[in-house]
Design a binder for this molecule. Structure first.
Ligand SMILES: [Zn+2]
Length: 433
């Protein structure tokens, strides 16, 4: 089975390209509806789009909307960079490519066998030293995700993209660790199903003690409704043993229990991703947050999740607190009390993005399971805010760090997947397609 992967630009966000630079380990053949052109081994090819024409170096090649290229061996995309095993590298892809003209830019689609996609995805998602049963669980999750992504890429003529919006995907330099290949081969065609359909196999790095309900974190990708409908298999589950004390607590008290109590012993509690904190001065917050909320208000999708005071003027920040918590105490609504009124931000990802650029190169909070400490000056004005958080990522579905810890405790991939995706089955994809 072949799938189509939308290859994004270096920022992993932009899906349009203006040019490409490629080199083949073997000859590369370009085709459109009427023409074929070949380039030799190691010949650098600059592909550009000018005035509706695809150019290959100086050759005016085609004005068709779609052109293709392929090679029997790897093709290096010199102008792309992908982070792999801690290094920025030029990815090397196999298979066929399709370029689809969209205005004066083009989408780059790799057409590749599903199993090769899964290999590229687990290499990009997991370090090579992960336990093999955790790798197998991730391979099955990535394979399932490709069949049922959260946001449809059909408008892009693709099944998935290669960025963190779907699964990270990296191709090439793939001879580094045999376990990646073993994990894919030994789980070939296996997917996770619920009610005889591939599940929405989303995953993240570390839930911080308890995974999150899907509906508490995500809006409906079609209607934009938040919270979205709940998904029966994407329910909050504890990451191993949690002292009963936690379940009696409410809201930020429960998070404080997970954060400070030394007796908490979950799959992830001794890992570096489990908890974090960051401190901002009032100046850092006030210089940037008003810019961020204005950006959100200007964004068609994001503005749905912002409640602003009538005049939309952002005053001095007095207090920031979680107004509504999910079942696992992830923040669903954040209230910002300012001198000119109350702002409310909904949704885990937007809450995390609210703090973007409050420090140089700071992108977003590591997670949405947060509680705050406010410090005020003698005049009663906010001086500093410390944010304490649990976990890394949205915390819904399979957790990579937890899966690794389970594998180290001799759990197999079936047990790992059954833990994170409740009441699901592992089946052969050929039985439902
Ligand atoms: Zn995507």
């Amino acid at each position: 089975m072949q799938i189509r992967i939308l290859i994004t630009d270096n920022d992993l966000k932009n899906k349009f390209h203006e040019s490409l630079e490629i080199i083949g380990h073997d000859k590369i053949i370009f085709t459109d509806f009427n023409h074929v052109i070949e380039f030799g081994v190691s010949q650098k090819i600059q592909l550009t789009l000018t005035d509706g024409w695809f150019y290959l170096n100086d050759i005016k090649f085609s004005k068709e909307k779609v052109i293709n290229f392929k090679s029997h061996k790897l093709i290096t995309l010199i102008n792309l960079k992908r982070l792999f095993q801690g290094q920025n590298k030029e990815p090397e892809y196999c298979g066929e490519f399709e370029l689809i003209m969209v205005n004066n830019q083009f989408n780059l689609i790799q057409v590749v066998d599903l199993e090769k996609y899964v290999l590229g995805a687990i290499q990009a998602e997991l370090p090579a030293n992960f336990a093999i049963e955790a790798m197998k669980a991730q391979a099955i999750a990535c394979r399932t995700y490709a069949l049922n992504p959260r946001i449809s890429h059909l408008p892009d003529n693709a099944n998935v993209c290669d960025s963190y919006f779907c699964c990270l995907y990296y191709c090439g330099h793939n001879d580094l660790n045999k376990n990646y290949q073993i994990s894919v081969l030994s789980t070939k065609n296996k997917i996770i199903s619920y009610a005889h359909k591939p599940i929405l196999a989303i995953f993240s790095s570390c839930a911080g003690g308890v995974t999150n309900n899907f509906a508490d974190c995500f809006s409906d990708p079609v209607t934009g409704k938040f919270p979205s409908e709940s998904i029966p298999y994407l329910k909050s589950v504890p990451e191993g043993n949690i002292n009963d004390g936690y379940f009696k607590l409410q809201n930020s008290e429960a998070l404080k229990f997970l954060y400070f109590n030394k007796e908490v012993n979950t799959f992830d509690s001794n890992l570096i991703q489990y908890k974090w904190s960051i401190q901002f001065t009032a100046n850092e917050l006030e210089n940037q947050i008003h810019v961020n909320v204005q950006e959100m208000l200007a964004n068609e999708t994001e503005q749905l999740f912002i409640q602003a005071p009538k005049h939309k003027c952002f005053g001095h920040i007095q207090e920031i607190k979680v107004k509504r918590f999910g079942e696992s105490f992830v923040a669903m609504e954040l209230a910002i009390l300012t001198s000119t009124g109350l702002w409310v931000i909904e949704k885990e990802l937007l809450i995390r993005k609210l703090f973007k650029n409050c420090k140089p190169k700071f992108n977003l909070l590591k997670s949405g399971k947060i509680f705050f400490k406010h410090e005020y000056d003698k005049l009663g004005l906010l001086a500093r805010l410390t944010i304490f958080g649990l976990g890394l990522g949205h915390g819904v579905g399979l957790q990579q760090t937890g899966a690794n810890a389970m594998a180290l405790k001799q759990k197999n991939f079936t047990e790992i997947l059954n833990h994170y995706y409740c009441n699901t089955q592992i089946i052969d994809l050929n039985t439902i397609i």
